[in-house]
Design a protein around this ligand. Sequence first.
Ligand code: ATP
Ligand code: MG
Length: 332
Amino acid sequence: LARVLSGIQPTADSFHLGNYLGAIRQYVALQDTHEAFFFIADLHALTVAPKPDELRRRTRIAAAQLFGAGLDPERAAVFAQSHVREHSELAWYLICQTGMGEAGRMTQFKDKSARYGESSASVGLFTYPILQAADILIYQADQVPVGVDQKQHLELSRDLAQRFNSRYGQTFKVPSPYILKEVEKITDLQDPTAKMSKSSSSPQGILDVLEEPNVLRKKIMRAVTDTGSDVVADEENKPGVTNLLRILSALTGTPIPELETRFAGQGYGTFKKEVAEAVIETFSPIRERTEKLLADEAELDRMLVAGAARARKVARETMEQVRERLGLLPTS
Ligand code: ATP
Ligand code: MG
């Protein structure tokens, strides 16, 4: 069975439609066909120094949403990244294999650090793609389901795997990204050329999985559309309408050309109403299950601990090899 691995950050009180279509929905499908490892990237969230209570709350909310969206602890290992301490250990080894220039080319750092000012952004934010490489390589993952924003980081993971293998001998599998073209970048409703993002979208621009139906409906009805009134996909001139078409198509399984024909001559209103209903229909059951799971924190914590135990078994195997290859002495 091929292996898949992916992580998602607990950086907000809800996941959003981009996370759902670009990542979580794939996770749920892949657990049936692959050996699957999915983690809540709490170590990555630390790069922006969240308040401890906030991190705890968001990590549980993230876990509940993953289970609520359909991840099954029997089929997939679902865990908190910090629980498998080998991730941090491998990150250090890989940091020592990474050039400053190479790390400096990561565009997410440039985007994210701009918010704090490059000199006050943490070193962790700078090295986070290398921790991400460790996350992936430690499980010998074949495929990594992500949105297109992670493509550059995946390239770095591949480079680091190849470099380590050629310096120290075959150790890591070289992973491939698993990016679905149709949903690789869901954009912000108010700024349809920017990616929908937990930490940079405005409340009006983002569709949260845990949001009330009425709020979702309002946001979609107020989404920035483009001049004209035709419902047609045109990335250049109609990025707003194109994003909504992509969303409706992904949620209903109807190809975009068919949607264009269906909504011809009907204007944006009818179209947006249908997008809203599709989003609400998808999110409502997830929200209900998430709320139930959050009502029993002790059980949720136990589920994560069990997931980590499964993941750790695989991680430890890799690390024994890595330490030996690097020339570190045996620990026992
Ligand atoms: P943050 O702003 O804190 O980085 P985020 O919204 O980018 O949050 P992440 O936790 O970084 O979310 O990413 C989780 C997964 O969701 C990744 O696989 C990422 O590629 C995917 N993803 C994030 N935003 C989008 C989007 N707008 N469209 C498609 N996929 C997305
Ligand atoms: Mg992100």
